[in-house]
Design a protein around this ligand. Structure first.
Ligand SMILES: *Cc1c(COP(=O)(O)O)cnc(C)c1O
Length: 447
């Protein structure tokens, strides 16, 4: 059997199927980074070794952080459909009825490209977890965002300046909606003023109020209740990217938000191998529009294996999030004692200006935080520190079992941002003391 992830997954079917062995990893050269990583792992605890030992050399794994088999992918590929495009009907009348409804009697849509029965099952599960009328599943978190924007085709969208950058890029490069920006940590009054400004430019039915909390990379938290109240008074549709919190920490629909979006690529899949996104609608008519949009765009063609994996993994989200958050707290404490770190951005820290709202809305955090490095340090020293890390892999995305690090470049007025280089860390599911030891060895090497 391949090594199992340190936080158990809940599906019996996942563990009962035999799997092929993990691929052979060529023995790394002693002098290079893979060799140093192998040596470092020899002193780490089993949970950390299980996560990293199969992937010592990123070139050999072609950059993948999951060996084949970890995450139990194989168990499904032999059992589930590989994704059927055609859905068959015995009579023309049956087909006509399904085509009209956009639903097949077997589950899923009348055409497999629109939504599979597996995606349907995931959608039902997420809708139940969020208290929504239903949900659609898309091939990525960004595709879910695009689906929501395209489905409602607003002429004007109010967005936070800390919005997930690719979402902003989608909105601005498609150019279909005018964008009005509010501060990521805005009060209800500030957004209320912007809503009045929006009212002079577009009708309420053509205006969308888009929330994301906390802000990507820098973690500001807006006055969600005040903003939603202002939007409701003006009759605007509200949408929230809830990827950071996941349904475990925050349920947007409970707070009056019409559509919740989650990049299930992140926390809900949990092992970096479920590229997908979900949009949960509070009301039936909105759900119908989202479903219709999948028919129009084809963005609902998600691998059934991904859906099946997600369906089971989501049950372990809370346990994993709690562990990510606890490890992040340990790592932040270590950074607090380092002269090279001038600030640590995380609303989970009592010192954060966003901590009161964090407590009000989320109660607990996740594995993410951003370290601000002393602006007096030359960039090469900071880069040397990051490059010397052996367990923290330089990679996009987050929310998985592997700890990650990535530079943060907020596209905002630099005057409003901390001075000094910023790097976002994600605490994975390794043992926290191994991660601290990794940080310490990198600091010794670089500073
Ligand atoms: C990652 C992310 C997304 C997009 O998810 P993908 O599956 O990577 O497309 C959207 N919003 C937030 C806040 C994210 O962090």
């Amino acid at each position: 059997m391949p090594p199992s992830p340190p936080v158990s997954e809940t599906s019996a079917s996942e563990t009962s199927t035999s799997e092929s062995s993990t691929p052979e990893t060529p023995l790394p050269e002693a002098g290079g980074k893979p060799g140093r990583r192998a040596g470092f792992l020899a002193g780490c605890r089993p949970a950390t070794r299980r996560i990293h030992a199969p992937i010592l050399d990123l070139a050999a794994s072609r950059g993948h952080l999951n060996p084949r088999g970890l995450g139990r992918a194989r168990a499904f590929s032999d059992l589930g459909s590989l994704g059927q495009s055609s859905v068959g009907f015995e009579t023309l009348a049956d087909y006509a009825a399904a085509d009209e409804a956009g639903r097949a009697p077997y589950g899923g849509a009348e055409y497999g490209i629109v939504q599979s029965p597996e995606a349907d099952a995931v959608g039902r599960k997420f809708a139940a977890m969020h208290g929504g009328a239903g949900a659609v599943v898309c091939a990525s978190g960004l595709a879910a965002i695009a689906t929501v924007l395209d489905a409602f085709a607003p002429k004007l969208v109010l967005i936070p300046d800390g919005i997930y950058f690719p979402a902003w890029r989608y909105m601005s490069e498609t150019g279909r909606a005018e964008l009005l920006t509010y501060p990521a940590g805005a009060s209800g009054a500030e957004v209320g003023a912007l809503i009045r400004e929006a009212g002079r430019r577009a009708a309420p039915a053509d205006t969308m109020l888009y929330l994301e909390a906390p802000g990507s990379g820098t973690f500001e938290i807006p006055d969600i209740a005040g903003i939603v109240e202002a939007a409701a008074r003006a009759g605007l549709r509200t949408v929230m990217d809830n990827t950071w919190a996941s349904h475990v920490r925050f349920r947007p629909l409970d707070h009056g938000i019409a559509i919740a979006i989650q990049a299930t690529t992140k926390h809900e899949g949990g092992y970096g191998d479920t590229p997908s996104g979900i949009a949960v609608a509070r009301h039936e008519p909105d759900l119908a529009r989202l479903r219709r949009q999948l028919r129009i765009s084809g963005h609902g063609a998600v691998s059934p294996q991904t859906c099946t994996r997600l369906f089971h993994r989501v049950d372990g989200t809370q346990a994993r999030l709690d562990r990510h958050a606890a490890s992040a707290a340990t790592l932040m404490q270590w950074f607090e004692g380092q002269a090279f770190a001038t600030d640590i951005l995380s609303p989970a820290r009592p010192a954060s200006p966003w901590h009161a709202r964090f407590t009000q809305y989320f109660g607990a955090g996740n594995g993410l935080f951003t370290v601000v490095f002393d602006e007096a340090l030359p960039a090469e020293r900071v880069h040397a520190f990051v490059d010397a890390l052996l367990l923290f892999r330089v990679a996009e995305s987050w929310g998985g079992h592997v700890s990650l690090v990535l530079p943060v470049h907020p596209r905002r007025d630099p005057a409003l941002l901390p001075k000094g280089a910023m790097f976002r860390f994600h605490a994975g599911l390794e043992e926290a003391d191994d991660l601290v030891a990794d940080l310490a060895q990198a600091a010794r090497a670089a500073f």
